[in-house]
Design a protein around this ligand. Structure first.
Ligand SMILES: *[C@@H]1O[C@H](CO)[C@@H](O)[C@H](O)[C@H]1NC(C)=O
Ligand SMILES: *[C@@H]1O[C@H](CO)[C@@H](O)[C@H](O)[C@H]1NC(C)=O
Length: 287
């Protein structure tokens, strides 16, 4: 297929998805090389087939990379190469906790990109990856004894939001990689003493990056949602930000995202101050 008949949006989607796919593939490869089935079993992940399923996830991720690489090459576009990543000094448990977050971000990335894909064949291909990512996420959450499907709607994120969540894991990229049309927002992290999950209606404390300039004027924390983003007023105090999790049947539940913004009705790349932060939320509507 010629590059000329592929829309810019698809190329941007594919180019932006590629680093995230490489990240996932590398993440599983490293963990499977580092930990054996016995290491996971000793950490309590001893279900029959647990390790086999983890290896299968790793294979899926590598296959996604190979598929996209071939598709981009076929379209006359040089795909980005894998970067060097740093996932910290993982244990079997912290590996799974990080895997759960990464898979959730993957789901949100594909969901967000779907709106930009105008070619039906590509939309189906992206959808076929998205559903598999969602099952990986459910499998890992289930093994962490978290609800495998905590909410009736998943959350779409845009390229810059996804890249902001991936950036802390990326140490360096080959100089030959093209500069991607994405940027990372300043980091918004959940306070160290905050216990997750957080109930709807509770106040979350966030830390801002130390060098962060907080704009004057009212600030809000947006919780992006497929059914309509919800906003809470943000209180800034001593380099901390406080915001209440909206209480609603449609409110944030499960792996959710919080973005510091200057706008109380719309969150976009222009009014984002920091984030997203990943927050695990419990609905107050579950018995
Ligand atoms: C699996 O791990 C659980 C929790 O650590 C333990 O109670 C159980 O005995 C283990 N089962 C096997 C088959 O090792
Ligand atoms: C929020 O964004 C909307 C849409 O861009 C805009 O119309 C509105 O004026 C903004 N509000 C504030 C307070 O900036």
């Amino acid at each position: 297929m010629k590059a000329s008949i592929i829309s810019t949006a698809i190329l941007a989607t594919a180019a932006s998805a590629a680093p995230a796919l490489h990240l996932e593939a590398n993440f599983y490869r490293e963990a499977i090389a580092k930990f054996s089935a016995a290491d996971f079993a000793a950490a309590g992940f001893n279900d029959t087939n647990f390790y086999k399923n983890l290896q299968e996830i790793g294979r899926d991720e590598q296959t996604h990379v190979d598929f996209l690489t071939t598709a981009l090459n076929g379209a006359g576009v040089t795909p980005v190469a894998a970067c060097t990543y740093d996932f910290g000094n993982l244990t079997p448990s912290t590996f799974l906790a990080t895997a759960s977050i990464i898979e959730g971000v993957g789901v949100s990335a594909y969901l967000g990109a779907a709106a930009l894909i105008t070619n039906k064949a590509y939309l189906t291909a992206a959808g076929s990856i998205l559903t598999v990512e969602a099952r990986h996420n459910a499998f890992i959450r289930g093994n962490l004894e978290m609800s495998p499907f905590p909410q009736p709607f998943d959350v779409p994120l845009d390229f810059d939001q996804v890249y902001s969540l991936a950036a802390p894991f990326i140490k360096s990229c080959p100089a030959s990689n093209p500069t991607l049309p994405v940027k990372a927002f300043p980091t918004l992290s959940v306070g160290k003493d905050v216990q997750m999950p957080i109930m709807q209606g509770e106040t979350i404390e966030f830390d801002l990056a130390a060098d962060m300039q907080v704009p004057a004027g009212p600030l809000f924390v947006a919780f992006p949602l497929a059914t309509g983003t919800m906003f809470s007023s943000a209180v800034v105090k001593d380099c901390k930000i406080y915001a209440r999790v909206p209480v609603s049947v449609y409110g944030p539940t499960g792996e959710s995202f919080a973005i510091l913004t200057t706008n109380s009705t719309v969150v976009n790349d222009d009014n984002t101050v920091a984030g997203p932060a990943v927050v695990e939320i419990m609905s107050s509507y579950l018995a």
